[in-house]
Design a protein around this ligand. Structure first.
Ligand code: IPM
Ligand code: MG
Length: 355
């Protein structure tokens, strides 16, 4: 199994290094050999090559069985030409690999219930939401797009677009995911205002005819944002477009206690899947051994499950993470009274010993 590793910027290098230790240990335990090869993406690629996504990186990813990514971006590149911002590297690799489906499972680890922002009676009802975000279309990529001047003043524009085939394939991913969970899909849109959302809803309803065993509901995005904090237990799978999914997945992550705990998988039809924590590069704590490596470690677990069909190995990592939390190890983002404070490397040490 060949894995292309893209540590990226900020805490990306630290969390990826720790996640790779876990991958290697799991490989040793189960007699699996993983070959890894590093490549540049984001700010570090701009510094070295002048672009956020060098062609060599794309080639290395295409030549691998899966991709593990840390995070991109940082203040160093904030003033750079928008056309080559670090984020363009991330959007570019998603597009190049055709990774249209982004799975972001937000679940509350029982051990972290105290770190959760929601009232205990709400938490008690459970929090286990899978956000299925469309990743290669919508307003992130739609044309026309414009940053310039019009009628004598600054003017900017982006366009939210969705073709039927883009909606159908992401709806299918959501229905399939629901079949392996509680069998419910809520499609989130803004069909009361946006034409593109009316097409979205119509196609989701049509595709649902092939999934009669799955329960389908619809919700406007503003209401969904509210319901997520009011009663997240009503959701199983949430399927939505690129921008709404970006926003709602951060919200879903935050209500579980910390954005530092959530992994993600980005999948396409045939290309290698890409696995990354949903949090960013956290430049404020980069290089200080403070970052929480668990989201990246759990992303490795998702990689084993989805790309390599290694459910046992994936479970092994998840169980080790749960055990580590039970033992009280806490990085700063999930610290609570009585917790054992650890840094990035020591958190991974604890997971390793629990493997
Ligand atoms: C995410 C991030 C990215 C996105 C940024 C860094 C381009 O916020 O993965 O959610 O908007 O998709
Ligand atoms: Mg985001």
């Amino acid at each position: 199994m060949k894995i292309c590793v893209l540590p990226g910027d900020g805490i990306g290098t630290e969390i990826v290094a720790q996640a790779l230790r876990v991958l290697e240990a799991v490989g040793g335990k189960f007699g699996r050999a993983f070959e890894t090869e590093e490549a540049l993406i984001g700010g570090c690629a701009i510094d070295a090559e002048g672009v956020p996504l060098p062609a060599e990186t794309v080639a290395k990813c295409q030549d691998s069985d899966a991709v593990l990514l840390g995070a991109v971006g940082g203040p160093k590149w904030d003033a750079i030409d928008p056309a080559i911002r670090p984020e363009k590297g991330l959007l570019g690799i998603r597009k190049e690999l055709g990774l249209f489906a982004n799975l972001r499972p937000a679940r509350l680890f029982r051990e972290l219930a105290d770190a959760c922002y929601l009232r205990p009676d709400i938490v008690a009802r459970g929090l286990d939401v899978m956000v299925v975000r469309e990743l290669t279309g919508g307003i992130y990529f739609g044309e026309p797009r414009f940053d310039g001047e019009k009628d004598g003043e600054r003017f900017g524009c982006n366009t939210m677009t969705y073709y039927e085939h883009e909606i159908r394939r992401i709806a299918r991913v959501a229905f399939e995911a629901a079949r392996k969970r509680s069998g419910r899909v809520c499609s989130v849109d803004k069909a009361n205002v946006l034409d593109v959302s009316r097409v979205w809803r119509e196609i989701v309803i049509d595709e649902h005819k092939n999934y009669a065993d799955v329960e389908l509901s619809h919700m406007y995005v503003d209401n969904a944002a509210m319901q997520l904090v009011r009663d997240p237990s009503q959701f199983d799978v949430v399927v939505t477009g690129n921008l709404f999914g970006d926003i709602l997945s951060d919200e879903a992550a935050a209500i579980t206690g910390s954005i530092g705990m959530l992994p993600s998988a980005s999948l396409g039809e045939a290309n290698p899947g890409l696995y990354e924590p949903i949090h960013g590069s956290a430049p404020d704590i980069a290089g200080q051994d403070k970052a929480n490596p668990l989201a990246t470690i759990l992303s490795v677990s998702m990689m084993l499950r989805h790309s390599f069909d290694m459910a046992e190995e994936a479970d092994c990592i998840e169980n080790a993470v749960v055990r580590t939390l039970e033992q009280g190890y806490r990085t700063g983002d999930i610290m609570q009274e009585g917790g054992k404070p650890v840094g990035c490397a020591a958190m991974a040490d604890a997971v390793l010993s629990n493997l």
